[in-house]
Design a protein around this ligand. Sequence first.
Ligand code: IMP
Ligand code: MG
Length: 177
Amino acid sequence: MSELDRIVIRISAAEIAARIDNLAHDIRAAMPDDTLMVPILTGSFVFAADLVRALARAGANWPLDFMTLSSYGTGTESSGRVEIVRDLREPVAGRSVLVIDDILDTGKTLLFARDLLRGRGARDVRICALLDKPARRRVELAADFVGFAVTDEFLVGYGLDKAGRHRGLPYIGAIES
Ligand code: IMP
Ligand code: MG
């Protein structure tokens, strides 16, 4: 049996789409019109593509710039040593920033991103994570906008990968052993 055959759907494509529409309305209501959206690559690229379009439908046509961060880890555990692989081109000083990521796990990646942007003088840094695994947190950090709280199991699909695979699945699933 291939790994793909052992993936069990945890959150369907329809559930994700409905939740993102709600998130977009909450974010639009909470943040100013000049907000810079910063998806953290690579994991957030599918979520970000849907979220920015939901935000546009909600009336928020905000600027966007990507940052690629990497926490070189082994297998399914992040090392916590976060590195900037590709930096922003947009200045953030004095701006309101919405950081977008696939999942808030140990929290080390998003803590690094928040502190980096604050250190560069961002006026306000808010975090939007599609998934939140509170049981795994290793640093004190909460997201301002969360799609779904999930239990402590490794998830793939909708941008999330295992060893680089499964990012294109339209749903979020767990790999059964
Ligand atoms: P952190 O541990 O909060 O720093 O999360 C770092 C990164 O680990 C996330 O952005 C994801 O790319 C990845 N990650 C954490 N949990 C999972 C998971 O369940 N599936 C796939 N990737 C994950
Ligand atoms: Mg990631």
